[in-house]
Every structure is written in structure tokens, then in C-alpha cells.
Design a protein around this ligand. Structure first.
Ligand code: TXA
Ligand code: MG
Length: 348
């Protein structure tokens, strides 16, 4: 299949391009499009064949349900059997934006979308291109991240094409995504809403609106059955094995240097993902990707997936990453790094 490529201005999108790609979506084809978090692989969320094609293109297990994307808050009523007060409060504050809410579904939502669950995940993105595309398509748009299953999510159209060129009808390129990690997923069907996946809306921001938020036990590393089916699979992994260093900055520096020197001494080609502060004190043979200044979690989140993908063409044998604090957006960053590392974590 030939993949059509469209370049578009994120703030002044060409309506002709969006009209054409929205028609493709409505007719059942797959279109990758930008959102404020990551690029999504869109399909008509009410068309079972189109939804199944998403799983096929990504190589995604069919029991890992998809998010339905809408273009206006009130569309939630067309998909949800009921909207709890907590969900309404969250929508009022954080929609449009990087928040996905799990609610009970209406029968019209296909089993292919929900993996047979009674619930459905719904998100109203803030990206202008995404919202216009969904509005013009006139249907809820099912969209996982537009990567091959298990790989880091794409934050550029080039990363989408690296995984999916020739497998999808089109990609809309509006430049790099602003946030860089996926939306926060909150289960609003539990008496106290439960954080299933940390993301662009932080835990602290949820607590501000809800007062109380449960955290899915699997997020703290405990071995329980994940409530969010997607959380049980390998995720975000670069091609080379990744080790994550988790420690306070001074200790992390020492640990990283020790690990790097040991790996280099055995003749390995070594990649490292680090803060600007640490970059200067590394052995020069290590291939460094600087993800941003320590403490600038927004920059680190925005660069994270590019960092993880950057080593794929460099034939490194192993990658080390410097962890950051779990505060704010740091929780989403660390969740992705821990999974990318397959929980190979280096501590003191
Ligand atoms: O930022 C995002 O959310 C991006 C953009 C494209 O919107 N999309 C995205 O989709 O990250 P995906 O498929 O990569 O991740 C969806 C997550 C998975 O962890 C999935 O298991 C969970 O949402 N999920 C979907 N439906 C669910 C449901 N009914 N109950 C619990 N978890 C659900
Ligand atoms: Mg994904």
C-alpha cells in the first residue's frame, strides 16, 4: 500500500487536506495524525473492519482496547452509558487536553474497540489538527499511538513512517508533538477514580479536582493483574536493551559512570540518555542523547521517545538512562522509562 504524506501547519491547517483525510477515515482507511501527546493511528471507531485494521497494522494484541477520540465534550454522551459526576468535573477542567476517561459504554461501541470490556476509554484532544480532523470525519476516531506494538510511541511523522510506511493510507505531519508522552488514563467507573496510566495531566492535577485518586497497584511495580489491559505488554522499547538508573543526582552520576566504564571496558558500543548537567562528565566514547536540563520535566517528556528511538540507527549494544523524580510529569516519564527498560533498574 502507498502511504500518502501530507505536511500541514499545526496552527493554520489546510482545510482541503483535513477534508480529504477525514473522508479516508470515514470510509474505513487508516490515517495517522498528530495530537498534543503523540501521533495517533486513526480509524472510524464505529467501523469494525477499520478498527481491526489498526490491530493488524500495529501488530497489537486484540485484547488491548483503544481510545475513542471526540471533538466536543457533549459527544461523550453518545458513547457512554452514564457519565459519573467525577468524570464531568474532570472533563470541565481538563478537556480538551491529554486526559482519557474510562466510562461504561453504550452498546453501539464495537467489541473490537473495547476488547470486549463493558467500558470505553474516551478522549477529547486539544490539538487543533486532531480536533478538526475528528469533526470533519463526523465519527468517533479510534486511535492508539501510531507505532508498531511494543516500540516507543511516535512524536513526529518521521517516527510514524519508520514503523508504518506502506501499512496505512496516510500520515498528516504537523511537526513534533508538544507534550511527548501519552494522555493520562483514569478509570471513572470506580467509586474513587483510579489512575491507570500517568500522562500529560499529572496525578497532582487530578487530585486538585477529585480530592482523592486511587493509583492502580501495577504502577508502583507491584505484581497484580493490570486493570488497563495495555499495561501488561512490553512497551516503549528501543532495539537495544535499556538499563535505568534511579537515584538522587549525585549518586546517579556515580552509578552511571561506573556502569558506562564497565560496559565500555568490555568493548561494547554504549548509548546513554542523560540530563544536560550530567552530559559533560561522561566518558567521551559513550554516545549521549541529552533529553533536557534536570528539573525541566516538560522538556524531558517532549524529548523522551525521540531519545529512545535515536539509538535504533546507531548499532549500540546497550543503553543507559538517567532517571528523574516521580513528581508531576516525572511520573509519566519514569513509568515509560521503567517499562522501556523491562524493569532492569540500577539502584544503589
Ligand atoms: O495520548 C494518547 O492517549 C494517545 C493519542 C493518540 O491520543 N493514544 C494512546 O493510545 O496512547 P494507546 O492505545 O497507545 O493507549 C491506550 C491505553 C492502553 O493502555 C489501553 O489499555 C487503555 O488505554 N485503555 C483503553 N480502553 C480501556 C478500557 N476500557 N479500560 C481500561 N483501559 C483502557
Ligand atoms: Mg501505545
Amino acid at each position: 500500500m502507498h502511504t500518502n504524506y501530507y505536511k500541514i501547519d499545526p496552527f493554520d491547517p489546510d482545510i482541503a487536506v483535513l477534508t480529504e483525510t477525514a473522508a479516508m477515515l470515514r470510509q474505513g482507511q487508516l490515517v495517522a495524525f498528530p495530537t498534543e501527546t503523540v501521533y495517533g493511528l486513526g480509524a472510524n471507531g464505529l467501523n469494525v473492519q477499520a478498527v481491526k485494521a489498526i490491530f493488524q497494522a500495529k501488530g497489537r494484541p486484540s485484547d488491548n482496547p483503544l481510545i475513542l477520540h471526540i471533538d466536543a465534550v457533549d459527544k461523550i454522551y453518545t458513547l457512554a452509558a452514564s457519565v459519573p459526576a467525577n468524570a464531568l468535573a474532570l472533563a470541565e477542567r481538563y478537556w480538551p487536553g491529554p486526559l482519557t476517561m474510562v466510562v461504561n459504554r453504550r452498546p453501539l461501541v464495537p467489541d473490537a474497540v473495547t476488547g470486549g470490556l463493558d467500558t470505553v476509554a474516551i478522549r477529547l484532544p486539544s490539538s487543533l489538527v486532531a480536533r478538526e480532523l475528528i469533526r470533519l470525519a463526523g465519527v468517533p476516531v479510534a486511535a492508539p499511538s501510531a507505532n508498531t506494538s511494543g516500540r516507543p510511541s511516535p512524536t513526529t511523522a518521521q517516527a510514524v513512517l519508520a514503523d508504518l510506511d506502506g501499512k496505512i493510507a496516510a500520515v498528516i505531519d504537523a511537526g513534533p508533538c508538544e507534550i511527548g508522552v501519552e494522555s493520562t488514563v483514569v478509570d471513572c467507573t470506580t467509586p474513587v477514580p483510579t489512575l491507570l496510566r500517568p500522562g500529560g495531566i499529572t496525578y497532582e492535577m487530578l487530585v486538585e479536582v477529585l480530592g482523592e485518586v486511587e493509583i492502580d497497584p501495577t504502577l508502583s511495580g507491584a505484581q497484580a493483574i493490570p486493570k488497563s489491559p495495555g499495561m501488561k505488554y512490553t512497551h516503549y522499547a528501543p532495539l537495544a536493551p535499556l538499563f535505568l538508573v534511579e537515584a538522587e543526582p549525585i549518586t546517579a552520576t556515580a552509578l552511571l559512570k561506573r556502569e558506562l566504564n564497565q560496559a565500555l571496558a568490555t568493548g561494547k558500543t554504549v548509548g546513554v540518555i542523560v540530563s544536560a548537567e550530567l552530559a559533560g562528565s561522561l566518558p567521551p566514547e559513550a554516545i549521549a542523547f541529552v533529553y533536557g536540563p534536570r528539573g525541566d520535566t516538560a522538556a524531558i517528556a517532549a524529548n523522551l521517545y525521540t531519545a529512545l528511538r535515536s539509538f535504533d540507527n546507531k548499532a549500540v549494544d546497550v543503553i543507559y538512562a538517567e532517571g528523574i523524580s516521580d513528581q508531576g510529569l516525572g511520573l509519566a516519564v519514569m513509568n515509560r522509562l521503567r517499562k522501556a527498560a523491562g524493569y532492569r533498574i540500577i539502584r544503589l
